[in-house]
Design a protein around this ligand. Structure first.
Ligand code: NAP
Length: 317
């Protein structure tokens, strides 16, 4: 039964790595699965300055440290894209593109992915000027004009990052106020390379068939169509949960997020959800780590409960 585990964790972001640490440290047989490199969204973040213990740390470096902490307790780490999760009594059967695993306790930490705008030019120019990752692609836009679409933490944080290399960064936002945390707003407004277009609805990304040349938007105040020339367009208009493969389990809300109680229990006993994939208001590395610690511990408690039930039944029998 090499493929049977006490606990399986899907997703090796900060939540999944912390759940792994807690479950493996409790001496359980633990598997953590990810379809890519561990670290999750931390890999696409330049500097993190709101994780306790580090006044500033590079995202991939924090990911590496979390991975090393979790691996100290000898869990298995495997690459694989989860294709299905099915139930057979208490048992959860997880099929990836290459393997099949079983477990009694499953922890879902698959996180969230960037939303798309779904406007003309977005798909056509993806990888040719349209990007969702400043840390990955900023170097292609050295001394060029770039546009950032959105007004949340990601848009502003990544805009600030882009300003280190780009000639100018124009943030286009649909309202006249940013959603981003005040500390980020203050930095962005003080940044001489950053400019803001307010009350604007982006309608089209334009180019010469080969690469992006600008962004067309509706100025909602004047009602006029306008164009901002740009070589790069970075889209940060929010996130959506990565939960398609869990639809059959009946644990998602109407938007696809996973509601849990404070012990990270989903509607299905023995299935826990942690981190950004949960239905919640604040999505941060710090609270993903908090969720992960609870999820790892609660998986242990759940397994203890199952063992107690078996002992009780044997005693009664
Ligand atoms: P977000 O907070 O949901 O912000 C999305 C932004 O895009 C909002 O300004 C929104 O405008 C705008 N928007 C949404 N749909 C749009 C559309 N169709 N057209 C144009 N604009 C649109 O998403 P996020 O910035 O990716 O952040 C996701 C989560 O991660 C948040 O919880 C955030 O706090 C967290 N995060 C934290 C940090 C950090 O702590 N350093 C860094 C990054 C992300 P409105 O404001 O008008 O709704």
């Amino acid at each position: 039964m090499a493929n049977n585990y006490d606990v399986i964790i899907i997703g090796a972001g900060p939540g999944g790595l912390t759940a792994t640490l807690y479950a493996a440290r409790a001496n359980l047989k633990v598997l953590i699965l990810d379809r890519g490199i561990y670290g999750g969204q931390m890999n696409n973040t330049d500097i993190i300055d709101n994780y306790p213990g580090f006044s500033e740390i590079k995202g991939p470096e924090l990911g590496e440290k979390m991975y090393q902490s979790a691996m100290k307790f000898k869990p298995d780490f495997k690459y694989g894209e989860v294709k299905t999760v099915t139930l057979n009594g208490d048992e959860k059967i997880i099929k990836t593109d290459t393997d099949e695993f079983t477990t009694k306790a499953l922890i879902i930490g698959t996180g969230a992915d960037h939303k798309k705008l779904n406007i003309p030019g977005e798909k056509e120019y993806e990888g040719r000027g349209v990007s969702y990752c400043a840390v990955c692609d900023a170097a292609f836009f050295k001394d060029e004009d770039v546009v950032v679409i959105g007004g949340g933490d990601s848009a502003i944080e990544e805009g600030i990052y882009l300003s280190q290399l780009a000639k100018s960064v124009t943030v286009i936002h649909r309202r006249d106020q940013l959603r981003a945390q005040p500390v980020l707003q203050k930095r962005a407004f003080a940044n001489k390379k950053m400019h803001f277009i307010w009350n604007a609805q982006v309608e089209k990304i334009i180019g010469n068939d080969n690469k992006v040349e600008g962004v067309e938007y509706l100025d909602k105040v004047s009602g006029k169509q306008k164009i901002v020339p740009a070589a790069g367009v970075f889209i940060y208009v929010g996130v959506k949960p990565q939960t398609e493969v869990f639809e059959n389990l009946g644990i998602l809300d109407e938007e696809g997020w996973i509601p849990t109680d404070e012990r990270m229990n989903t509607k299905v006993p023995g299935i826990f959800a942690i981190g950004d994939v949960r239905a919640k208001d604040l999505r941060q590395i710090a609270n993903a780590v908090g969720d992960g610690s609870i999820g790892g511990q609660e998986a242990y408690n759940y397994l203890q409960g199952l063992n107690d039930d078996i002992l009780d039944n044997e005693t009664l029998g």
